[in-house]
Design a protein around this ligand. Structure first.
Ligand SMILES: C[S@@+](CC[C@H](N)C(=O)[O-])C[C@H]1O[C@@H](n2cnc3c(N)ncnc32)[C@H](O)[C@@H]1O
Length: 173
């Protein structure tokens, strides 16, 4: 784990995984039929992939550097918790991946991010209508080494998305 982390120069704080409770609470409200999810930030234990599959979805896992990848042809939506230290680059790359066809995505980020100067500038530059999906719970992440949930997260997280099956730009679940 640390080797892979060192190769990619990933920060330790980027390795915390998402609790199943979040995916279980959010995904059935958005996707009632099976979809094919692209998970490009698989994590140490593939926790998100396992739960996506348990919820009945297909998963395309990629393990190469996300920033070198193109949109997998058969993916319906990218769903992930990306490395927070690279959140702005991830969001910009996802916006740039939008071409003639919409490539929907939802990425879990600290709630302040969507209102930040960087994202405000990005939205104006690309003229993109982002969506915000607010989970009904605070997300407490899993420690990358003990694999235990640490219920001490000091911030709230939301999904920043595009092309999602929600009626409004801001959706409280
Ligand atoms: C916050 S963890 C989330 C794991 C999983 N998606 C989840 O929700 O539990 C982010 C993961 O992305 C990986 N990662 C960091 N930079 C990456 C990159 N450029 N390309 C692909 N994966 C990367 C990290 O190694 C880490 O395992």
């Amino acid at each position: 784990m640390l080797k892979a982390c060192a190769i990619r120069n990933v920060k330790y704080s980027d390795l915390w995984e998402t609790p199943d409770t979040l995916w279980n609470s959010v995904l059935p409200k958005l996707y009632t039929k099976p979809i094919r999810i692209w998970e490009p930030f698989v994590g140490v234990t593939n926790r998100s992939t396992k739960i996506f599959k348990e919820l009945g979805h297909d998963v395309i896992e990629t393990t190469d550097d996300f920033f070198t990848l193109t949109w997998p042809e058969t993916a319906d939506v990218l769903i992930s918790n990306p490395p927070f230290s690279r959140k702005f680059e991830v969001l910009e790359k996802l916006i740039q991946l939008q071409e003639s066809k919409t490539h929907p995505f939802m990425i879990l980020l600290p709630s302040w991010v969507f209102a930040s100067a960087t994202v405000r500038t990005m939205v104006k530059k690309y003229k993109i209508d982002l969506q915000i999906v607010v989970p009904s719970m605070r997300v407490h992440y899993y420690h990358p080494e003990t694999h235990q949930q640490v219920r001490k997260t000091a911030f709230d997280s939301v999904f920043v998305g595009y092309g999602l099956p929600v009626k409004h730009a801001l959706t409280y679940l």
